[in-house]
Design a protein around this ligand. Structure first.
Ligand SMILES: NC(=O)c1ccc[n+]([C@@H]2O[C@H](COP(=O)([O-])OP(=O)(O)OC[C@H]3O[C@@H](n4cnc5c(N)ncnc54)[C@H](OP(=O)(O)O)[C@@H]3O)[C@@H](O)[C@H]2O)c1
Length: 262
């Protein structure tokens, strides 16, 4: 039977690469983001390449109206895999950033994720099978100056997903968290982060690891050796050292730090 994967933020970057990975494995796709043209182009391409069905739904996940419409639309299908990937970062000292951008970020990455998961998990529990993959970050494990709300949001995603996985232990439903580090997508340009190097993993490499491990039901998926090391240090260093480490890494990448400005 044709399994279906619902992927948010499928119009670019990691979401687009995840869509291709699921299509390669024969999953039908339910793709959503705001950019209708990009979604439709991707759906057509993946249908041609992999002979699967791909449907699209344009939605702005920062609005509860659109999220409700998406939930209703997705409710017409048996969703086997839900990927909460849509997201963006707000960069800058918290004192200087626009609070409405931060609330929009939380709406997209937390409110929409919770609503979609709430509906999907109920249906998955009834069928006693399903996979939820939530996209967090290596920043889930440490405070990050200049991305304070973003990092806290990613910590929320990791904590919530871990609790949910435990609640679903006796069912056939699994929950995974993808924690990528720097990945070459539109993410940093959109956040106004000028990185002097074209560093990081490709979205395709991240997606391959993510899909393989999520389908096995692994909780935490950290792609790449450097990211694994960063997560290990973030989880084991005292917070003050962890912050210094991030400031050091970001300074080497040419990103401004609090220390640079003072
Ligand atoms: N790239 C990295 O270095 C990195 C590192 C760690 C974690 N991540 C996480 O990976 C996830 C994917 O990011 P990416 O790197 O692939 O960046 P990206 O290329 O900018 O893709 C972001 C996706 O989110 C969608 N999106 C943004 N705002 C939306 C909204 N209001 N409503 C609906 N969809 C929205 C965008 O689609 P539309 O613009 O068409 O709506 C796009 O498809 C994010 O959760 C991000 O936090 C990325």
């Amino acid at each position: 039977m044709n399994r279906k994967a619902l992927i948010t933020g499928a119009s670019s970057g990691i979401g687009k690469a995840l869509a291709a990975e699921f299509a390669k494995r024969g999953f039908g796709l339910l793709l959503t983001a705001r950019d209708t043209n990009r979604l439709e182009t991707l759906a057509d391409e993946l249908e041609d390449r992999f002979g699967i069905d791909a449907e699209t739904f344009t939605a702005d996940l920062s609005t509860s109206d659109d999220v409700e419409k998406l939930v209703r639309w997705a409710g017409e299908y048996d969703v086997d895999v839900l990927v909460n990937n849509a997201g963006f970062a707000v960069k800058g000292d918290f004192a200087d950033t626009d609070i409405s951008d931060e609330f929009t970020m939380l709406d997209v990455q937390l409110s929409a994720m919770l609503r979609l998961t709430k509906h999907a998990v109920a249906a998955m529990k009834q069928r006693n099978k399903g996979t939820i993959l939530n996209v967090a970050s290596v920043y889930s494990f440490s405070p990050v100056p200049q991305q304070a709300v973003y990092a806290a949001c990613k910590s929320f995603i990791y904590s919530f997903s871990s609790s949910l996985k435990a609640e679903l232990r006796s069912t056939g439903v699994t929950v995974s968290v993808l924690a990528p580090g720097i990945t070459r997508t539109e993410f940093r340009t959109r956040a106004g982060i000028a990185d002097k190097n074209n560093a990081g993993m490709s979205a395709e490499a991240v997606a391959l690891i993510a899909v393989e491990r999520a389908l096995k039901g692994d909780l935490l998926i950290v792609p790449g050796l450097q990211n694994k090391l960063f997560v290990f240090l973030s989880r084991h260093l005292p917070i003050s050292l962890s912050i210094r480490l991030i400031e050091f890494i970001n300074a080497r990448r040419g990103l401004k730090t609090t220390a640079d400005r003072s």
